[in-house]
Design a protein around this ligand. Sequence first.
Ligand code: ITT
Length: 185
Amino acid sequence: MGKKVAIVTSNAAKGEEARRILERLGIEAEVVEMEKLEIQSESLEEIALRAARAAYEVLRRPLVVDDSGLFVEALNGFPGPYSSYVYKKIGVRGVLKLMEGVKDRRAYFKTALAYVSQGVERVHVGVVWGRIAEEARGSGGFGFDPIFIPEGHSRTFAEMEPWEKDALSHRARAYEAFAAELKWI
Ligand code: ITT
């Protein structure tokens, strides 16, 4: 396709996952580890786009920023846009504690993926529904993967092979939508 895309993130595991997804989609990419601009907003789309614009001002090359979060129904969508902060402060165990005794375990992961290059801005989203496990399981993936069981499955994302997560994940869905459009922009 001939367009090398920079994946801008401070999270190496997330960057590697995105690079792997793009490689499968035939898009050459490299991870650029950099602190993102983090605005306060309830909208992942807005957070991702503003961070991508800011990164473009610095790097001046085609790039993507993905902002993702875990939205738990019984917690009114918490931690959602605050997932990074919540993960650092209370982690997987903290979320499990909040869910103690809660029957409704439905949750979804969402990714908003912003692409910026010269004169072009696009945002694509991807969502995967599932449920919060009763206990953390598995050592793959990153973040909240050990407590997220995608719909129709019994294993957590952290118990799956990378390609299995990529066949289902919020991130893969957002990148697939982006890749389908990239050849036209
Ligand atoms: P950057 O903003 O620098 O890219 P980050 O780790 O803060 O890195 P996000 O804001 O997109 O990335 O994600 C917020 C948190 O949500 C992240 O730290 C993880 O704990 C969690 N998260 C995001 N995607 C995830 C995934 O695919 N599996 C498990 N947890 C995920």
